[in-house]
Structures are given as C-alpha cells and as structure tokens.
Write a protein that binds this ligand. Structure first.
Ligand code: F0G
Length: 451
C-alpha cells in the first residue's frame, strides 16, 4: 500500500498515463480534459494487499503524537492514501493541515440547526487551504528535479506556492490579475521571494498566458489542473471523517471558484468509502458568487453537461473566476453525493462574513459564501434541523483586511448591491470611532453601544 503505484487517469476519456508522462499543461493529449491521480484497484485488493481500516485509523491517530516532521503534517500523516512520491523524504512541509473544526453555536441556533461546524482551512501556515495541495504538488516538482514552479492565481495559490518553493529552494513565478487581488496575498508572494507579474487581465487571462509559458520553458505548473494539488487538498476530508470518529457529516458546503477544492474533497470521501474507512459520503454542495457562477448556470441549464464561461465580477476576489478548470469534476461530485450548486449575492456574502467574524472566527469573503449558501439551503428545506453540517472556510480573515474595514465603515457595497439588506448590514457594522483621550469619552462610547 505504500508503493508509489499511481497513474494519471483522464477524467474525460479514461486514458491512463504514467505520472512522468503528463504534458506541461496537464491536459490529456487525446481529449484535452484533466487528469486524476488513480491508485488502481485499491477498493478491489484482497488479502494482505487490502488495507486494514482499523490499522490505518490507529496509525494516523498515533502520528499526532509523533515528533517526525512528516507525521506532524496533517497531509502527510495520511501518506498511505497519498503514494505520489518515490521517496517521502522529498516532501516539502510547513506543518500544514490539522486545522481546527469549530462548533458554531450562535449561528446554529439562529438557523435552527443542532450541529453546525466550520472546518477552518484558513488556519494553515500561509492562511489558506492551498497549503494542503501545495505541499503535495510542490514535493512532486522537487522530486522530478524542476528548478522553477509557476501558477496563475487570485492570490492564495500564489502565496502558498511562493512559501513552499522558498522552503524547497526552488524559484517561483506568479501571474496575478493587476489590481484584483487582496493586498495580504500579494504581500505574501513578495515576502516569500516569488517573481510576481501583475498582468492587465483577469484570472482566466493569467491562466491562458501561463499555459503557453509552461509549454515553452521548463517550468512546473502548480495550478489546480495539476492533479497532485488535489491529492493534498483531499486530506481535509480525512480530517473531517476522523474528527467525527469515522462517521461523516450529512452536509459539507464548499466555496466554488476554479472548482478544484470541491473536486478534491469529493475524491477524498470517495476513496475513504472505497477503502471501507467510512460507510457513506456527505452531500457536498458548492456555492459560488452570483457574479461568478458558471457552474450554477451549467447545473441549472444542462445538469453539468456543458459549461459556458462568464465574465466574472465579485468582491470576493478569490473566487472571481469565469472559466473554472475543474468544473466537470465538481459537477460529478455534486451529482454523486446529491449535493446542490447555488449562488449568493454580494450583500449575502458580506453579511455571512460579518456573522462568522462575530462568532470569533473570521474568514475571507470567498469562505463566507458557505454560510450564505447554507442559509438559502435551510430556507429551501434542503437541510434538516437534525442534520450535521460542516462549512469549509478556505481563507484567513487577515487575507483581505480592506474588505472587512470597508464593510464596517459602510463603504463596501454600492446601492444596487445592498438592495433589501440595508438594515441587516447596518446592524452588523462595528466601525472604529475616533474618541478624545479621556476615560469619560471612551465610556460614553461603551454606554452608547449597550443602551
Ligand atoms: N476560497 C478561497 C479563499 C480561494 O482562494 C479559492 C481559490 C477558493 C475558495 C475556491 O477554490 O478554486 O478550488 O474552487 N483560489 C484560487 C487562487 C483560484 O488562485 O488562490 P477552488
């Protein structure tokens, strides 16, 4: 089970190739679709070859007490289900994963749900879920001898890639849309020493340019078309199942941008089920911003059979993506698990983000679509009061401090965006106030609030 026996299987035509034979853009030579890492016949193995679920569960728990660097990673702790390296000594880790699962008591009460949790992937080393994917794919880049790695990004992928490349001693190239990513993320790419190019284009334009570049230069592509990214990003599914003592929640709600994360989590739960580690999968629902909702449209119009790109607009810059690469994989996960695909407005995102902040968690706007989506699903009767729900929060609140400050100052949204939500928005705003330097002046502010 520890042998590196993986192949890459095309998601479109089923063609199989060796990992080392992938083209630089990770597209299938036959049909142009994306690949998935495949561990042939895991589920069908018999006898000694068949993994023992009890032994794996015990081993993974024991590793939480280990002093080995690899064991302290919440990704490589599960390395029996990640045999993508010839030598695990090549793994590049920043102690990613092992992120908290918080109970959201107040929000649960407000929504009339018994069990509501937030799996906070923003608590990873660079502040987003991308670290779990980056440790996996960048380790493959190192093992294969690349000197340069690159990604196009709305900010978090570039922050994660730059950090892991720096740890591994590799050079990194970042393409980001000029003026359309949060400062916190841009500053990270610079801090970790990436060569950072701001293109006068959007995310989709950056992807187009980078796809050409990797065909012309020996640079390893670390966008989520790289199937090894998804191998790392499937591990929060293992953490969630472990946290629920190998049962699974009824619902997992995930933000949708380029749609790799929902695909990866679906793969994680599918593998756990195939290996007999869990009995069923949660319903996995994907939430997009209304202005960047190509999968929502595709599911509504043709049940995910085809997808028309859109020109994307949303203040949740992380998910400002109009032509998501992994839409086919995500559509399959939603259908296989009987989940839903829905979109939420700018005001709904802003309100949900403020509510998560008021629970003492905080997250970036793209993560808050999960709570906004849950409210809709609950209102439509698609989530029952006795069901267990996990929201996947993808990024740390400090990633986009500008958004939060504008929200509380009341300068975030324009009039058409606030439509119908003015009072709710006002009730949540806690702007900082300028006060005379005297106890009486400060106490009068406190009295004003408590009155
Ligand atoms: N949430 C955050 C905070 C993100 O940064 C992203 C994607 C998503 C959700 C959506 O995940 O693309 O797998 O559906 N950010 C990418 C980036 C695209 O470049 O950082 P997805």
């Amino acid at each position: 089970m520890n042998d590196n026996l993986h192949t890459l299987r095309c998601f479109g035509c089923g063609a199989r190739i060796a990992g080392t034979d992938a083209r630089p853009d990770f597209r299938c030579a036959e049909c142009g679709d994306l690949f998935e890492v495949d561990y042939a016949g895991w589920g069908q193995r018999q006898g000694h070859d068949r993994p023992n679920p009890g032994a794996l569960k015990w081993l993974w728990r024991e590793r939480r007490c280990s002093c080995e660097a690899l064991d302290q990673s919440g990704v490589w702790r599960y390395r029996e289900l990640l045999p993508i390296l010839d030598n695990f000594g090549n793994a590049v880790s920043l102690h990613e994963g092992n992120t908290p699962l918080y109970k959201l008591k107040r929000t649960a009460r407000a929504l009339g749900i018994d069990q509501l949790f937030a799996k906070h992937q923003g608590m990873n080393p660079t502040g987003s879920f991308k670290d779990t994917g980056m440790t996996a794919a960048l380790s493959v880049a190192r093992e294969r001898g690349f000197e340069w790695v690159a990604c196009a990004s709305t900010g978090n992928t570039s922050a994660a890639m730059a950090a892991y490349a720096a740890r591994a001693g590799l050079r990194s190239l970042v393409l980001i849309p000029d003026g359309k990513i949060a400062w916190g993320k841009l500053s990270q790419a610079m801090d970790y020493g990436a060569v950072t190019c701001q293109l006068k284009s959007d995310f989709d334009g950056c992807v187009r340019v980078l796809t050409q570049i990797v065909k012309e230069a020996p640079i390893y592509l670390l966008n989520s078309v790289n199937p090894y990214r998804l191998e790392g990003q499937k591990t929060p599914a293992f953490e969630i199942a472990e946290a629920f003592d190998w049962t699974v929640p009824d619902h997992l709600i995930v933000p949708g941008g380029n749609l790799a994360n929902s695909s990866a989590l679906g793969k994680g739960f599918r593998e756990l089920r195939e290996l007999g580690l869990v009995a069923r999968m949660p319903r996995i629902s994907v939430v997009q911003a209304q202005g960047a909702n190509p999968l929502v449209r595709s599911m509504a119009e043709n049940n995910g059979g085809s997808m028309q790109p859109v020109e994307a607009h949303t203040r949740a810059t992380a998910i400002r993506i109009g032509n998501p690469a992994s839409w086919r994989k995500a559509a399959r996960v939603i259908k296989d698990t009987c989940g839903w695909c829905l979109d939420v407005s700018e005001a709904e995102i802003a309100i949900a983000k403020a509510e998560l902040g008021a629970e003492g968690l905080g997250c970036e706007p793209a993560s808050a679509v999960t709570l906004a989506g849950l409210k809709k699903l609950r209102a439509q009767g698609k989530v029952a009061s006795n069901e267990t729900v996990v929201l996947l929060l993808t990024g740390h609140t400090l990633k986009d401090a500008d958004y939060t400050i504008h929200f509380h100052r009341g300068t975030l949204l324009n009039e058409p965006e606030t439509g119908g939500y003015e009072q709710q928005l006002k009730d949540l705003q806690r702007n900082a106030v300028v006060v005379d330097p005297s106890p009486a002046a400060v106490l009068s502010v406190v009295e004003e609030i408590t009155r």
